[in-house]
Design a protein around this ligand. Sequence first.
Ligand code: MN
Length: 197
Amino acid sequence: MAFNLPALPFAHNALEPHIDTTTMQIHHSKHHQAYVDNLNKAIAGTDNENKTIEELVANAGGISAAVRNNGGGHWNHSFFWDSLAPNAGGTPTGKLADAINEAFGSFDVFKEKFAAAGMTRFGSGWAWLIVKDGKLEVSSTQNQDNPLMDVAEVKGNPILGCDVWEHAYYLHYQNRRADYLAAFWNIVNWNKVAERF
Ligand code: MN
């Protein structure tokens, strides 16, 4: 079964001024669409055609570079859109807030560690908040890898991710990845993150 591009859960302009409309249009309808199309090409006519995206991602390293890159791209972007919302941001509450405080000391320290993971990822990749052995951790991956993959250096269950590829921010922020990462906190859908947790 071929994969399809999921609809964005908000309008292209909904995340302004933090993520600009043109970036959202290109990121979703061109970049994410290309991962979907290339994933479908990579699995067409193979045993992998009937697998779920979760199964493909979990075994990506053992399947092929095309499935690793494009299956990862599809999973990561679907997860990313659901992690964002207009009029969002603020601070997490309840059990998630407690777990963040327990793991990092405070919400501010967590945000510093997450931003540092995004800043120190050389080239293209992702910053993650994951659940590993029942505890929260920050990690990062290269390219379109993610913490669910067999090839991930740090494995875990992601509950928040931030795309730090230049295509995610360059039109509005140019080389200022730090400014993009700072703006990211205004659009995090903590309700969704808490639900995943
Ligand atoms: Mn992207």
